[in-house]
Design a protein around this ligand. Sequence first.
Ligand code: NZQ
Ligand code: ZN
Length: 391
Amino acid sequence: MDNFTFWSPTKFVFGRDTESLTGNLVKQFGGNRVLLVYGGGSVVRSGLLDRVKKSLDEAGVMWEEMGGICPNPTDDRVYEGIDMVRDHKIDFLLAVGGGSVIDTAKAIACGVPYDGDFWDFYCGKKVVEKALPVGVVLTIPAAGSEGSGNSVITKKDGLIKLSLRTESALRPRFAVMNPELTFTLPQYQTGCGIVDMMAHIFERYFSNTPDCETTDRLAEGLLTAIINEARKIMADPYDYEARANIMWSSTLAHNGLCGTGRAEDWASHFMEHELSAIYDVAHGAGLAVVNPAWMSYVSRTNPAKVAQFAIRVMGVSPDNRTETEIAEEGISRLKEFYRSIGMPVTLGELGIDSPDFERLVAKLHEHKGNPIGSYVKLSPADTAEIYKMML
Ligand code: NZQ
Ligand code: ZN
């Protein structure tokens, strides 16, 4: 196991009706004037936004609002938010929604105290030193942004989707997590979230660092729980306990715990970010296409960990077969599972009929360098082949 620092200071407040505590939580973390950030309307239709506003009013917290954040959020709304925060002397960002809303709030939070362009942080020119505090009321278990120090924004000019990773500066001060809020999710979005949280575990699990039994077993346990609970949600979307288990899994998948003491990979995420930047597909759906193709490709040269996943999580029995054969059966079971939760597993099923492979590969390596990944280091020739395996 490698040396590591694990710093996860978010206060998680989990369970039924917890959104009524939002105002007090904002106060507890020093907020007096809040910018409420939310998405395209689900929180308005469900009545959640009104309940959150009531909680803020009761706690004596002033608020302004900025709605209409789209999935795969873009830089234009961040600039707008930075102006609003400065004009209204806002001191706290409150995201009510999923990854897209939270990531926009985080981008605003680090952009406000900085004199230059907030994009400097995303393209790696500057490191975030200061940020306004961010709080979250989570409505979709998926991106894990409620417990991560990360934010992913797309620059409209050039469709450049980049992730910013901070150790603690952008970790939310608190995250309110009421599983009942996820009852209104369309099945497709539930499925996307499930794939995304599994992918966050894969990026850490597929590692060459030896002797990480604790985090291997944590990852395998989480993956097993996610698959089992996902099946229950597909059968009954109003199953509170299954929704609760999935919601907590999404946080544990991405708050850094599963990556402690080991090299991480992230090539699949980088490959997906190019797909969602150019074709505006849902991140989780994109990963359902990328992950199996990536696993098949890396199993050609480094099958050990994929075979371990196949046996321990997907229930494949070794039967004197080679590791590559075992890995392949695990991958095919994974695809079957994705299909069973309504997810695409090919680019065509994702709605991308004529992918521009050259552009995808060129952008990928321009943004992320050469090679990418760690479990198997991938050159442009490798990533071109992986994209083609998604057809
Ligand atoms: O916009 P509204 O109307 O709210 O609808 C949203 C949106 O259309 C809907 N939704 C959310 N909660 C709902 C609901 N509909 C009904 N009932 C509810 N309770 O779901 C749709 C998707 O929302 P979005 O926030 O885009 O989903 P997600 O949480 O999957 O976030 C995706 C974004 O996060 C980034 C992705 O790349 C993508 O841009 N990621 C962020 C990460 C991070 N910050 O750590 C890590 C991830 O790997 C990921 O890259
Ligand atoms: Zn993800």
